[in-house]
Design a protein around this ligand. Structure first.
Ligand code: HEM
Length: 313
């Protein structure tokens, strides 16, 4: 099986999320191909300066430029992020051809990788969004809850959840779909709720992170229930989330950068529909009464070998 990019690094203390559009000229596409193929080497050169800092960078490529940038078969499910228009919030779809998901235990290592990337990409790309995320206490989001608990653990479960196999899509083996959404929170309104009300919205206790029982069918469901996807035979489909808090108290900005890796794009899209439209329809995820998405983009992170080969002529 083809090795994946370092998708399974786990949560680090620091992360930088970069989303770019690619200029549609031959020279820009050529430059981008060269830079993307060299990302594993750039990361290696920086990470050797402190191997304990666990510096990694995953590259995702969007639907619009997939053919021109990769010249590889299209991953079967790859398409732009579909807008989901709910009663309270809309999951908007925003431009994004390239995603760089940079993670490390040290902020300076993320910074350095970003610096070198920006220098090499030059004017072949246009920045759509840069978000710098940080670890908040025991991996809590800015709503105060531990985030990432239900992620798969261990090589086999992680790979089952995120890596495309030969039987899924022979042209995309070793790759993963990646979906990102940048959320801003109304922290004042959230903090006006009681802890019990917040816990009912998330579906876990706040201080010790214990899972609460699901509500009865037809009742308002918690976030963790709406985000649980089962097929008709009762098989559950996990994804790997690496959400990070970001923000600036003096600017009144409090956010969560949502990122999910998945073997099946439909699983993340189904989660989105259940959250924004509600299940049953009309009872949307109450996280959305306090959180507004301001970006939404889908990418495909090809296998390591496919990424490195982009530099070949
Ligand atoms: C669970 C926070 C958006 C998918 C959770 C948990 C928290 C959380 C605190 C419980 C602990 C855990 O298992 O990680 C947030 C915040 C969001 C957000 C603050 C943004 C405002 C999303 C979105 C999706 C999603 C957009 C998918 C489209 C999941 C899944 C789980 C989960 C799959 C695990 C459910 C289970 O228990 O099996 N989230 N989340 N989340 N969230 Fe979110």
């Amino acid at each position: 099986m083809s090795a994946s990019q370092p998708v399974d690094t786990g949560l680090t203390r620091s992360a930088t999320f970069l989303v770019f559009s690619v200029l549609r000229t031959d020279s820009s596409i050529q430059a981008v191909r060269r830079v993307l193929s060299s990302v594993p080497d750039i990361a290696k050169n920086i990470s050797i300066r402190d191997v304990n800092a666990n510096l990694t960078c995953v590259v995702g490529i969007g639907s619009r430029v997939w053919d021109s940038v990769t010249r590889l078969p299209r991953p079967a499910e790859l398409h732009p992020f579909p807008e989901v228009r709910g009663a309270k919030q809309t999951a908007i779809s925003t431009p994004g051809d390239l995603l760089f998901h940079i993670r490390a235990e040290r902020r300076d290592m993320c910074f350095e990788l970003e610096r070198q990337l920006i220098e090499k990409l030059g004017d072949a790309v246009q920045l759509e969004d840069e978000t710098v995320g940080f670890r908040y206490f025991d991996a809590r989001d800015l709503l105060g809850f531990v985030d990432g608990t239900a992620n798969p653990v261990g090589a086999s479960d992680v790979s089952d959840a995120v890596m495309i196999s030969e039987s899924d899509d022979s042209g995309a083996v070793g790759g993963s779909y990646v979906v990102v959404q940048k959320y801003l929170h109304d922290l004042k309104a959230w903090r006006a709720l009681s802890t019990e009300q917040q816990e009912a919205i998330i579906g876990r206790t706040k201080s010790d992170n214990v899972e609460l029982d699901d509500a009865d069918d037809g009742q308002q469901q918690a976030h963790k229930t709406l985000a649980t996807i089962e097929d008709a035979s009762g098989n559950e489909y996990a994804v790997l989330r690496d959400n990070m808090p970001f923000g600036s108290p003096s600017a009144g900005q409090y956010g969560t950068y949502f990122i999910a890796y998945s073997r099946h794009l439909w699983v993340v899209e189904k989660m989105m529909e259940r959250m924004f439209l509600g299940n049953p329809p009309g009872l949307h995820d109450r996280i959305l009464d306090f959180s507004t998405p301001i970006t939404g983009s889908t990418f495909f992170a090809p296998s390591l070998r496919s990424l490195k080969a982009l530099g070949d002529e």
